[in-house]
Design a protein around this ligand. Structure first.
Ligand code: SF4
Length: 522
């Protein structure tokens, strides 16, 4: 009745609570995947600051000061192992996606499995992607140089992460997804992967059998139940209730040629850029591991003491694929590209025989080259080598376990320059062991600068390097001076390009531009 206040004379009453329960509805909604859903989404997540960050299976990760967009070849390699699934790669860094864009994309893709690599400097940021995917019903998996040495603490801190893969992720991921599908179906998958092409099937069988002759697929463990099946997957970190279980390590892949060629076609190849490279480029991974013993190096975490390389024919097949995709700039991406002289010479001969007009770069150590090999590399299209020089001080090199001498540096760089190859030098600033040089004497660093462009990075305040440096400090003879925590103190980072009398530098977050660091003023 109009004009009557219904609250007048209201009395209190209390019923037992009976809240709505919509869990079932939401669960059904999550289970009903959209038409565009994919089985596996391999993800390089957005950056913490909309900048360009470098993430990779083999590296610690860092912000790119030089504007280099790092091709996600590790994700393309993983994608190639799943020809029987709907698989996509999202490189949010190359596509310059922010988190809002990325969330929309996840809504659209609704992956069953969200697989991402995470790095130490971007860990919390990367885990936001894991959190989003998990909230949409995906099973989440992470791999990389952060979760390999720190599996329990990473899993403990981020409950949205279902699984972590330690070491090389390829075999563990393949076995994990086959096992989870078997568990979901309540019946084992066929052992021999009959859904895939015979060639891929044979490769998969060889990969598993060569890595571990006693290997038995986890999804064939009887009775098929979650705990026993997951416990049988090497390299897997998983949850059992509140407990985090770290399985025995996955053996290294024995023959890299058995891996199918990476699915470069799934990557945004046209978005990949590097300084001095005039056009889209990508990586070709030619080997894994390095015989060097540099104490600061992350390769010990990824590949331990093992060294494996691909045959020239196998690399040439990948180059042919890239040429068919319109890519003519390549970086031969390896811990040490020149680790095998025979492989490098065979590769160069193959490129010359085919008369391919490709331009490529690589990295090297000054004690793993000779003049004949460098001449051959130049003829085959190599135009720049990035050298791990690290320091202009013999003492620093000795304490870092680098195993090279400055005279070798000078010689190798002169050989390369003579062959027509440009030199790029990597230096680590403020390493333990450096001494103040006597005034008036030119530093050895300044001497090597005559032969190089140089990229200098300081370990200080760069979280990516903390792990390696801590390890170095623990395992080596290096000690921080008393009362001085050199890892944590003031940052310095330059990228400098010396061109004639002019110098360009990029500091923290900087870009190429006129800089303060001139030749001899490192
Ligand atoms: S040579 Fe390079 S890849 Fe090899 S251990 Fe030293 S820094 Fe690492």
């Amino acid at each position: 009745m109009r004009g009557v206040n219904r609250g007048a004379g209201m009395r209190e009453y209390v019923h037992p609570p009976s809240f709505p329960d919509a869990d079932e509805v939401v669960r059904a909604g999550i289970a009903a995947r959209s038409g565009g859903g994919v089985d596996i989404l391999l993800v390089n997540p957005p950056a913490p600051d909309r900048g360009i960050w470098i993430r990779s299976q083999h590296r610690v990760g860092r912000r790119s000061r030089e504007g280099m967009v790092w091709p996600q070849v590790s994700l393309a390699q993983l994608a190639a192992l799943f020809p029987d699934r709907r698989v996509e790669v999202v490189d949010a860094i190359a596509l310059r996606m922010d988190w809002a864009d990325f969330e929309r994309l996840l809504e659209e893709k609704r992956p069953r499995y969200y697989v991402t690599h995470v790095t130490a400097p971007t860990l919390r940021n990367d885990m936001y992607g894991v959190f989003l995917a998990r909230s949409m019903g995906a099973t989440t998996v992470a791999f990389g140089t952060h979760v390999t040495p720190i599996p329990r603490e990473t899993m403990r801190a981020f409950p949205a992460l279902d699984f972590a893969l330690r070491g090389e992720p390829e075999l563990t991921l393949r076995e994990l997804l086959d096992t989870l599908d078997s568990l979901a179906a309540g019946a084992p998958r066929p052992v021999g992967w009959p859904e895939v092409e015979p060639d891929v099937r044979a490769r998969l069988q060889r990969l598993f059998a060569d890595a571990d002759p006693d290997w038995r697929p986890a999804w064939t463990v009887a009775p098929l139940e979650r705990r026993t099946a997951l416990a049988a997957i090497r390299g897997l970190v998983w949850r059992e209730g509140e407990e985090i279980v770290v399985n025995p390590d996955q053996p290294f892949i024995r023959h890299l040629d058995d891996l199918p060629l990476p699915r470069h076609d799934l990557l945004p190849l046209q978005k990949y850029r590097a300084p001095l490279v005039g056009g889209p480029y990508t990586f070709v991974v030619t080997s894994r591991g390095c015989p060097g013993g540099c104490r600061f190096c992350i390769k010990h975490v990824s590949y331990g003491q093992s060294v494996r390389f691909r045959s020239p024919e196998n690399i040439l097949a990948e180059l042919e694929m890239l040429i068919s995709l319109g890519i003519r700039h390549v970086h031969m991406y390896a811990d040490l590209f020149t680790v095998s002289r025979e492989q490098v010479m065979g590769l160069c001969e193959g490129i010359l025989e085919r008369k391919w007009r490709i331009r490529w770069t690589c990295n090297s150590r000054v004690d793993f080259v000779d003049p004949e090999m460098l001449q051959m590399m130049a003829r085959a299209g190599c135009w720049m080598i990035s050298w791990g020089i690290e320091s202009g001080s013999e003492e620093v090199l000795r304490r870092a376990g680098k195993g090279i001498r400055l005279e070798q540096v000078e010689k190798a760089l002169r050989w390369a320059k003579g062959a027509g190859i440009r030199n790029w030098g990597y230096f680590i600033m403020a390493c333990p062991g450096r001494r103040k040089r006597p005034s008036g004497r030119p530093s050895a660093y300044r001497c090597v600068c005559r032969w190089t462009w140089r990229y200098s990075i300081s370990p200080r305040r760069i979280p990516a390097l903390r792990f390696s440096l801590r390890w170095w400090r623990r395992g080596g003879s290096v000690r921080a001076p008393a009362g001085r925590r050199w890892i944590w103190t003031a940052p310095r980072c330059w990228i400098t390009r010396i061109c004639g009398r002019r110098t360009w530098s990029g500091g923290h977050g900087g870009r190429f531009g006129p800089g303060r660091c001139g030749p001899g003023r490192p």
